[in-house]
Design a protein. Structure first.
Length: 256
């Protein structure tokens, strides 16, 4: 039986100070020098205690820097961001860099990566560490708007009984599209829109909570309004593609 991954790094004082330097003294000035940032709905975090799950859409490598630099420091000082095991954990230097800047934990996007970081998000939440999940599972969104959510975030929320904070990230695809590693010239506008926490309901199934989360994030992304509400995106009558089913299974395993 494989040994469970350690969570000591996520609580270590030296790593917390290293992240402060990386996120607030290095990364935040760069983000503000290269983009015009606006944050809406920050009042929805008033009175929120850890742990919780930040659930955000994902279309650019700029998304994670915005979250760790623009959400309140009282949360980001311990907040851990999920990172694709097949991309960010391929080389030691990339793993080390993302660890310092984003306090990452690995998540499997495919069955081939199953087991990398399995159960780690659950353990972090049980130790009062907030986590970030990008339920779309990829930055490549050719459909426009918000891509269908996978069930990992909802499964974690129900399993741990913790709220999800819906966040819509707007403008990052145009500011720094897939394939780019620096924002476009001219300080393009980007926005972080924070909705009110969403709690799992008594007896609510993973699919139902997933639908509520994706509808909320999609509505905020379309309007820029933290109070916007939307209808579920998923058509319950349409069967899922086999590849989506495999990826969904992998994410549910991560939440186990």
């Amino acid at each position: 039986m494989s040994e469970l991954p350690s969570t000591k790094r996520y609580h270590a004082a030296w790593h917390r100070w290293a992240r402060f330097v990386a996120q607030r003294l290095l990364l935040r000035p760069v983000v503000h020098l290269t983009t015009k940032v606006s944050v809406r709905g920050a009042q929805n975090l008033d009175g929120l205690d850890a742990p919780f799950i930040v659930v955000a859409n994902h279309s650019s490598h700029l998304d994670a820097p915005l979250l760790v630099t623009e959400l309140p420091r009282r949360y980001t000082r311990t907040m851990a961001v999920n990172a694709a095991a097949d991309y960010f954990y391929r080389w030691w230097w990339m793993k080390a860099t993302t660890s310092v800047f984003f306090n990452t934990y690995p998540v499997s996007r495919t069955n081939a990566d199953m087991g990398k970081g399995r159960g780690l998000a659950n353990r972090l939440l049980s130790e009062d560490v907030p986590v970030v999940v990008f339920p779309e599972g990829t930055r490549r969104n050719t459909e426009g708007g918000v891509k269908r959510f996978k069930p990992g975030a909802a499964a974690l929320s129900i399993a741990q009984g913790v709220p999800c904070v819906p966040v819509a990230i707007i403008g990052t695809h145009d500011a720094m599209p897939v394939g780019h590693f620096w924002p476009k010239p001219g300080r393009p506008p980007v926005a972080v829109v924070i909705g009110a926490p969403i709690h799992p309901l008594a007896g609510e199934r993973t699919r139902e909570l997933t639908e509520r989360l994706e509808a909320k994030v999609a509505a905020m992304a379309a309007t820029g309004d933290p109070d916007a509400e939307g209808k579920p995106l998923r058509d319950a009558a349409s069967p899922e593609h086999p590849a989506e089913q495999a990826s969904d299974h992998a994410q549910k395993e991560e939440a186990s």
